[in-house]
Design a protein. Sequence first.
Length: 282
Amino acid sequence: MRPGPAADMVDWRPFSLPRRCLAMPQPAFSLDQLRIVLIGTSHPGNIGAVCRAMKNMGLGDLALVAPRCEIQTSDSIARASGADALLIGASRHETLDAAVADATLVVGASARSRTLPWPMITPRALGESLPAELADPQGRVALVFGREDSGLTNAELQHCHHHVHIPTDPDFSSLNLAAAVQVVAYECRLAWLAAAEPTEAGSEAAPFGIDWDHPPASHDDLERYFAHLERVLTDTGFHDPQRPRQLMARLRRLYLRARPDTQEISILRGILSAVEKRIAGR
Ligand code: SAH
């Protein structure tokens, strides 16, 4: 864990002790559990400026999905203003799924609302949810940002649990990419600082309440489930991929809203396998 405001204090707590018993301030999560994901960026200067914004806020994990420009140029290095290590260390991925496979929460940043409404939060609400989302050190939150010219596609947005919208003037809603990262990262930092202060609140706000028995399913678990579900719905004749009528998008929205844990996903996969077995023997 990166040193926080309470880094000089030794954490002696037994793992399961409820947070409300704590007398000592302790950051509830690490900023290293956050990843910024940029999809299809086309200006090197914007990538540099994102690195600077991230480093200012203490974030260090940058993932680039199918960038449409060179990464290390004089422009990006100048705009990184000393945050070159992030530029050089950024991971590269072909697809969004690969960049967020291990994430337990995926949030897409969007300047506008789309045809199918999706759970939408403000950057502040996102920050406030982080201590609970990341109380488990295995928790990972991916914050996904789109292309300068066209944002995120509907398909990409439908791979996210929530969307975050910076409440701009509706007549002029699109921020520069690095400015959008700055605002969201700032709220994450404020939440991280607030989590370091002693609180009586406890972790009742955790995604599933306290003492849940299984961790949240990862993005990768969920995507494999959606692929399996679509296969079975097609095989049974319920779903016609030629006339999809937003069926899979609506089912995605339902399951992503429910935040299934790993055990629940295994049960759902088991049900699908049983259906497959039965239709194969028909
Ligand atoms: N022209 C694009 C916006 C591109 S801005 C469009 O109309 O969709 C580049 C990225 O910055 C966006 O994809 C989004 O991830 C982020 N962004 C810009 N303005 C935002 C806002 N008001 N709220 C949340 N994210 C925003």
